[in-house]
Design a binder for this molecule. Sequence first.
Ligand SMILES: Cc1cc2nc3c(=O)[nH]c(=O)nc-3n(C[C@H](O)[C@H](O)[C@H](O)COP(=O)(O)O)c2cc1C
Length: 208
Amino acid sequence: MTILDALDWRYAVKQFSDEKIIPSELEYLLNAARLSASSYGLQPYRIVVIESKSIRQQLLPFSYGQQQIEQSSHLLVFAAQTCVGDATVDRYIAQYAKISNKPHSELINFSNHMKSALAAKTAKERQEWAHQQAYIALGNLLTCAAIMKIDSCPMTGIDSAGYDAVLGLEEKGLTTSVICPIGRRHHKDMQAHNPKVRFDYAEIVMEI
Ligand SMILES: Cc1cc2nc3c(=O)[nH]c(=O)nc-3n(C[C@H](O)[C@H](O)[C@H](O)COP(=O)(O)O)c2cc1C
């Protein structure tokens, strides 16, 4: 199956079967998301994996009744950091130093550059920036899931404050960006029969 075939195969599933995604496939998929690009490499988000049915039942009232929350094999919540700033950079620099075997002193200019770039943004802009990075990971996850024939449904039709409260995200310095149930499509999912509606190549791609 080519990548385009996989992207054509996937759709936003409305009804999942009760088939579970096996742990090794789940870990592989999450690693694909973990390897995503992010601005400066700062990765200002976490991916929360929820299998528990009881937690998902608590989330249902904050999901406008969308049953995928409960039916799917696993529910993934992409959660952005709420306090992006110097600590975000320090954490990354510590990891960079460890992985590259470079002394901290060699990374000071890089660190200061990132800190001043973030400081130049308003708190709202920093929050928006963190959400944007989480969406890149979501995009990668959707594509990789399709290649692995794992079904998914990206979702923002939720009350994110309710999600934050149920999952205790605020205390962890996080807030919900977007969620994504994953699993296998139910053979009765009517959405599977709907056409894929995309603009033509020339209406999306603009050559100048
Ligand atoms: C950011 C985002 C939020 C979405 N929110 C929902 C949602 O709350 N519920 C839902 O059923 N589908 C949701 N979708 C799925 C879109 O409706 C779907 O991707 C779009 O109609 C294109 O169809 P396809 O993905 O099936 O090809 C969302 C998609 C994205 C990217």
